[in-house]
Every structure is written in structure tokens, then in C-alpha cells.
Design a protein around this ligand. Structure first.
Ligand code: NAP
Ligand code: GLV
Length: 318
């Protein structure tokens, strides 16, 4: 393996995601960190030289193929696509803390909540049926929003919705204190949180603990006719339970940006469901410029032997 002056291996970064962004990042690295060798998938070169990986979907057999890997950077905020338990303990996993992701998520959830709040699905349906009919208007202050996950994204979304006048609550593992937001913590406070959530937004990471957290038991604890926005991961939602809850009216409508299988099969019932809106996992994504800055900053921290921003806790799994 190539050695640098301090006899550490030359840092070699393998990028495996969208080619357009990869080429931009390679040029940026050449300008700002020429000491890092930047490889664009599938041009891996000698796999033994790879010390850092940037990926959305990781290559197969990571530990065996890249035995000298030290750091994996997710190009997204989520890291559930990497099997943390199967990675050697020496490999660090880092999620992307790109301010553009936060901005995109705030925009998307604000759009979804306002659309549900102002009954856009109903009015679109009425238009299709040439029906001009006014419905009773609910003020934002009467529509309680609950956010599952009070992390980087949940907190930003909570602040934005709170500014619009919605009574906002958040639920997380540990308790947070956010001005203007009612904060609930832990499984023991989940029922109380759900009982006051007219619109439920899921912004949790997908872990063994949060898998299928959006299930019949959860829906039953929401106020009747509650609405759902899932922007976490498809694995958070039990789709069969949602369909039943929509049929019974327990859940009135759902905006789903993520699904268990993306894209869903052409016969998936959600495609034509009158009270389900689908978007193709576009709520928020890493932007070329801001994402590269985050990556460069983290590379500098890592090469200086310092902790990086967004390191995933092996214990928590996110
Ligand atoms: P984050 O900063 O890690 O925050 C995660 C939050 O979830 C924290 O508040 C955490 O509690 C809470 N949490 C985790 N496990 C929990 C549990 N078992 N019970 C209760 N609360 C739990 O993550 P983030 O950056 O906000 O991102 C959240 C997720 O959004 C990502 O993992 C990804 O799946 C999704 N995402 C989707 C898109 C999209 O385009 N659809 C884009 C970006 C991200 P603590 O505060 O106590 O740690
Ligand atoms: C997108 O889903 C992300 O995790 O950034």
C-alpha cells in the first residue's frame, strides 16, 4: 500500500453514487485536497488502497473487498442501507449533515402539512368531479402536528411549522427542549404524543426499534381522521395497516415520500388510492456544492485524527 511522508497510507476515497455529482466532487477535491486520491466508481483501482468510501448504495461484501477501509460517508442523511453490525469495529460510519438536506426537508414537510391541513386532496378530487363546494376551514392553531424524530431534520421542521401557527410536538429517545415545541421522550410517552397529533410526520431513522413503527396500534392511538406524512423510510410503515386505517377512516390521508419497495410495483394499491399522495423519495437530497463542503470538512477532521460531524453511534444505530 502507498505510504505518505508520515508513513500513513495515502488517503484514497472511492465515490459510488450519481456520476454527475461524483465528477464535480472529484474536481473540488483536486483543487482543495490534492493529497487525497479520488476514485470514481467503477474505477476502483487497487481495492487494498481504498481508505474512505462515499456511497448511497454500498458495494457488495464491503469488509472483504476493501480491507483497509476506515470511514464510510453516506451521501444522504440516512444510513440504514449500510449494515452497521457487519462492519469491522475500526470502520466509522458518517451520515451527511448537509444544510441543503435540512432546507429541502423543511420545504417538503411544510408543503405536505399545509396541503393536508388545507384539504388539498379533497379539493383536487372535487375539481376532477366539477364540484364547487366549500368546506369548513380549520385554523392552523387548531391542527396539532406531531413529529416522530427530533433530530437534525425533525427540529428544523418543528420550528418551521411552529412559526406557521401549528401547535407542534416532537417525540424522540432522549428529551429535547425546543422553544414553542412540546417535547415527548421514550416509549412511555408515545401514547400521549400520538393522542394529540392530528397530522403525524415521521422523521425517524430506520433501526430495529423503529421498523414498522407506523402500524395499526400507532394509528389507533391517533385522533380519528388523523393524517400521515412519512419522509423517514418505507420500512417505518406497515403498508397493510395503513390501508386498513384509511378504509376505516381512522387515518384520513397520507403523503408518502418513501416506500418499502422503491419504486413500488405497477399494481401497488397506493398508485391509485384517492387519499394517498406519493412522491418518489425526493423530499430532500444532498446538493453538489454544500454536500462537498461537508465532505471536505469531515475529511480534514478525520485526517487530523479528530471526530467528524455526523458520526453514527454503533450503540444507537443512527
Ligand atoms: P437524526 O439527527 O439522527 O435524528 C433522529 C431522531 O430520531 C432523534 O431525535 C432520535 O432521538 C430519534 N430516534 C431515533 N431512534 C428512536 C427511537 N427508537 N425512539 C424514539 N426516537 C428515536 O436524523 P435526521 O438527520 O433528522 O434524519 C432522520 C431521517 O430522515 C434519516 O435517518 C432518513 O431516514 C430520513 N431522511 C429522508 C429523506 C427523504 O428524502 N425522504 C431525506 C433525508 C433524511 P434522540 O434525539 O434522542 O437521539
Ligand atoms: C435521503 O433519503 C437521505 O437519507 O438523505
Amino acid at each position: 500500500m502507498a505510504q505518505n511522508a508520515n508513513s500513513l497510507p495515502t488517503p484514497t476515497l472511492l465515490y459510488k453514487s450519481s456520476v454527475e455529482r461524483g465528477e464535480a466532487w472529484r474536481s473540488q477535491f483536486a483543487r482543495e485536497m490534492p493529497e487525497v486520491e479520488f476514485r470514481l466508481w467503477p474505477d476502483v483501482g487497487d481495492p487494498l488502497k481504498i481508505t474512505h468510501l462515499v456511497a448511497w448504495v454500498p458495494p457488495d461484501n464491503l469488509p472483504e473487498t476493501f480491507p483497509n477501509l476506515r470511514v464510510i460517508f453516506s451521501v444522504g442523511a440516512g444510513v440504514d442501507q449500510f449494515e452497521l453490525e457487519s462492519l469491522p469495529i475500526t470502520v466509522k460510519l458518517v451520515r451527511m449533515l448537509d444544510p441543503s438536506i435540512t432546507q429541502g426537508m423543511v420545504e417538503y414537510v411544510t408543503w405536505a402539512v399545509l396541503s393536508l391541513h388545507r384539504e388539498t386532496p379533497v379539493y383536487l378530487d372535487q375539481q376532477r368531479h366539477r364540484c364547487w363546494s366549500e368546506r369548513y376551514w380549520t385554523a392552523a392553531e387548531e391542527r396539532r402536528v406531531g413529529i416522530l424524530g427530533m433530530g437534525n431534520l425533525g427540529q428544523a421542521v418543528a420550528r418551521s411549522l411552529s412559526r406557521l401557527g401549528f401547535p407542534v410536538a416532537g417525540w424522540s429517545r432522549s428529551r429535547h427542549e425546543i422553544p414553542g415545541v412540546d417535547c415527548f421522550a421514550g416509549i412511555g410517552e408515545l401514547s400521549r404524543f400520538l393522542a394529540r397529533s392530528d397530522i403525524l410526520v415521521c422523521l425517524l431513522p430506520l433501526t430495529a426499534e423503529t421498523h414498522h413503527i407506523l402500524n395499526a396500534h400507532t394509528f389507533a392511538q391517533l385522533p380519528q381522521g388523523a393524517m400521515l406524512v412519512n419522509v423517514g423510510r418505507g420500512g417505518h410503515l406497515n403498508e397493510v395497516d395503513l390501508l386498513k386505517a384509511l378504509d376505516s377512516g381512522q387515518v384520513n390521508a397520507a403523503v408518502l415520500d418513501v416506500l418499502e419497495n422503491e419504486p413500488p410495483g405497477s399494481d401497488h394499491v397506493f398508485w391509485n388510492h384517492p387519499r394517498v399522495w406519493l412522491t418518489p423519495h425526493v423530499a430532500a437530497s444532498t446538493r453538489v456544492e454544500s454536500g462537498c463542503k461537508v465532505l471536505l470538512d469531515n475529511m480534514r477532521l478525520d485526517l487530523a485524527g479528530m471526530p467528524m460531524q455526523g458520526e453514527v453511534s454503533r450503540q444507537a444505530g443512527y
